[in-house]
Unconditional design. Structure first.
Length: 303
């Protein structure tokens, strides 16, 4: 073989190798690191507030945390009040705060089938499907190379906490862990006994790690149960149900984290999941989460 034929053959092999490479994902265009902006999700007609973490070299394959606002709120306001943007900057995860799909007054409420919103009305088939929207958002961000789809997490306040719980129930294949804040649920209340969750309404496809936060003085969603009609069953009942779902094999341990913070912890669960409920004394129906502790909990889990 002559040198010219050898070079020609090498060039042909190189060209074949180039065409054999997988197609690159679309470019992730979400803004510069450390910025917050509104982003429209293609084909949904809906927008979300996105915080890109500061300090990252490039926006690619980042962990994703959804931050879900309370009933009547907005994603932008929730992002500002939670303080999670600073945690995003520190640890390098993408933070997405969408608006819920059902408009109410100057904000929005989440569509949890079979559960009335703050208006007292149960969502209908004509209302936006929030689970489908959030799943579509994950796909949209993954297709652009922005996120690692195996490291997607959800947290939320009040009604957003209930929606976060619902995602754990019905979308366990899309979320690696959840952390509801003053809104832990484990399915809808039993129709004939609202003090207990209905097992038939929360059947995730795998063990779901759960870290829940609550205020001891919460009168909207009391730790002991009661409150509004769509709350009712106590936090311990929700934790116990999640422990049952996750196959936890030990009785819960109660640990004093500090003089004002107590945690109820279930361990030895399927898939190395943990179920933890943290109650903060002297706090009410508000963002009582320890953002650093929440992220460290998320960080240990992936699909």
């Amino acid at each position: 073989m002559t040198i010219h034929r050898m070079l020609a053959r090498l060039a042909a092999l190189a060209a074949l190798a180039l065409f054999a490479q997988p197609a690159f994902a679309a470019e992730c265009l979400l803004g510069a690191p450390g910025t917050t902006q509104r982003v429209e999700v293609s084909d949904t007609g809906r927008a979300m507030t996105v915080h890109v973490p500061g300090g990252v070299d490039r926006i690619r394959n980042l962990p994703l945390v959804f931050l879900l606002h309370g009933s009547g709120g907005t994603g932008a306001a929730m992002l500002e009040s939670s303080g999670l943007a600073a945690t995003s900057d520190h640890h390098g995860f993408l933070l997405v705060a969408p608006d819920a799909g059902i408009p109410v007054e100057r904000g929005f409420v989440w569509n949890i089938p079979g559960v009335p919103t703050i208006t007292g009305e149960i969502p209908t088939e004509d209302d936006a499907d929030d689970v489908a929207f959030l799943a579509g958002t994950i796909d949209w961000l993954a297709e652009r190379g922005c996120i690692d789809p195996d490291r997607v997490y959800a947290t939320g306040l009040s009604g957003g906490g209930r929606m976060t719980s619902w995602l754990g129930c019905v979308a366990a294949d899309r979320f690696a862990a959840i952390a509801p804040v003053v809104g832990l649920r484990a399915g809808n209340p039993l129709p004939d006994d609202p003090q207990r969750p209905d097992p038939a309404t929360c059947t995730p496809s795998r063990a779901m790690p759960v870290y829940a936060f609550a205020g001891a003085d919460d009168t909207v969603n009391p730790v002991a149960g009661g409150g509004a009609g769509y709350w009712q069953y106590p936090m311990d009942a929700a934790l116990a149900r999640w422990a049952e779902i996750d196959g936890c094999r030990e009785e819960p341990e109660t640990v004093a984290v500090s003089d004002t913070i107590e945690e109820r912890r279930y361990a030895r669960c399927d898939g190395q999941a943990r179920v933890v409920g943290r109650v903060v004394a002297g706090r009410g129906h508000e963002w009582v989460a320890d953002n650093e502790a929440m992220w460290m909990f998320f960080w240990r889990y992936r699909h």
